[in-house]
Design a protein around this ligand. Structure first.
Ligand code: AMP
Ligand code: ZN
Length: 116
């Protein structure tokens, strides 16, 4: 379940370097190359799923795992009390640029404005 042309699959398989801060059997987490806030990491399932549009019921348990990993990473980064946000962009109108499902963990400074 990897795509040889996918940037994040190449990071997961260590063909391309990234600043990996955590990994387990389900996800790999690395620092975003263009951070928008002081803490900006990407939580990425090992399985190649292009976006939430393609998520199957069998794959969906990874989302709960991502939430738990995010909680632990937020605590480790010291932003659990100050606040943090999870974002996944799905498709062109949401601005998705990498077609491998990923969740942005954002925090470390007040975020300008609320999207919703
Ligand atoms: P999205 O726009 O939601 O698809 O998010 C893709 C994210 O991947 C962006 O925030 C990029 O800055 C980030 N990104 C792109 N290439 C790399 C890379 N090689 N290493 C780490 N992050 C990357
Ligand atoms: Zn991929």
């Amino acid at each position: 379940m990897t795509d040889p042309n996918c940037l994040f699959c190449k990071i997961i398989s260590k063909q391309i370097p990234a600043n990996i801060i955590y990994e387990d059997d389900q996800v790999v987490v690395f620092k975003d190359i263009s951070p928008q806030v002081p803490v900006h990491v990407l939580i990425v399932p090992r399985v190649h799923i292009p976006s939430l549009n393609e998520l199957t019921l069998a794959q969906s348990t990874v989302l709960g795992h991502i939430a738990l990993v995010a909680k632990e990473l937020a605590r480790a980064a010291g932003i659990d009390a100050s606040g943090w946000r999870l974002v996944t962009n799905c498709g062109p109108h949401a601005g998705q640029t990498v077609l491998h499902l990923h969740v942005h963990l954002l925090g470390g400074a007040p975020m300008a404005g609320k999207m919703v």
